[in-house]
Design a binder for this molecule. Sequence first.
Ligand SMILES: *Cc1c(COP(=O)(O)O)cnc(C)c1O
Length: 312
Amino acid sequence: MIPSEKYTLNELEKKLEIKTPSIEQRIAPNWLRAQDYQLFVKRDDLIHPIISGNKWRKLKYQLLSVLSRKTAHADCHVISFGGGYSNHIHALAYCCHQLNIRMTANIRGDYSQNLTPMLVDIEQLGCEIKFVTKSHYKRRNDDDYLNELKLTHPSAVIIPEGGSHELALPGISELVKEFNHQYDIIICPVASAGTFAGLIKNCTRASALHGIAMLKGRDYLESETMRLLPKAELASNWQIHHNFHCGGYARKTLDLVKFCQEFESDTNIPIEPVYSGKMLYALKQLVETQYFPVGAKILAIHTGGLQGKRQS
Ligand SMILES: *Cc1c(COP(=O)(O)O)cnc(C)c1O
């Protein structure tokens, strides 16, 4: 008989060599008015070289649930969604490879003639890649589409884009439990909103939560947050800032690129322009305009994603 592979959370983290808790690093960047605040960065980028940052936090309970279904009889298969540079797909493909889980990635757009470094990696990790059109990809969260997918792949577990599923929230609660201080302000990037929803659910009401929209998504990002966390509507300690996306998802301006270079040489913390850099660039502007009360203790969540820095 083939033994079923059931893991406890500890065994899973040990097997994948996850290094938590992540450190909270005090920073003193050379920004105007930076001395008016106590600034910290939670270095979730350091928890794993590949499954970095919020993707591990969001995936861990989903992977445990997939593994709990893995028996001698049931074929274990994960289907997920992402763009050609997706940190989520990259992290998930690595986990599936290490854990012997079959994976299919539905990738938005056709990169078959020009694979990105991320796609080259996941192909090597044994992930099956399906390029889908933008209109097909749009249906990724539609009930009728997901029901069809379940019917054609009855043994598969479908993990939504970005890993932002209800089961992502308990992983974010562990990040919150690691905090070494009571923070007045907590700031993080928002894309599929799972991380932000998890923070809203788990931080005390004494902290103000500021999400920075990584894409043009006024109202949409608020509703995604509330879809994951219906009770978020009741809390008044959170808001999403929509004026720092620099033109849209993965768009960058020269100022943003320059900021990222300066921040890295100033603090020795590596960042990239799609998420962590954009979020910290927003923080710099909020600090310089004294948006927050003077003296506030501010924590920025470094959500990782440094693989996305590689060019195709
Ligand atoms: C996916 C990702 C985010 C966005 O997090 P969501 O939970 O999707 O909002 C932020 N930072 C990095 C590095 C990411 O890879």
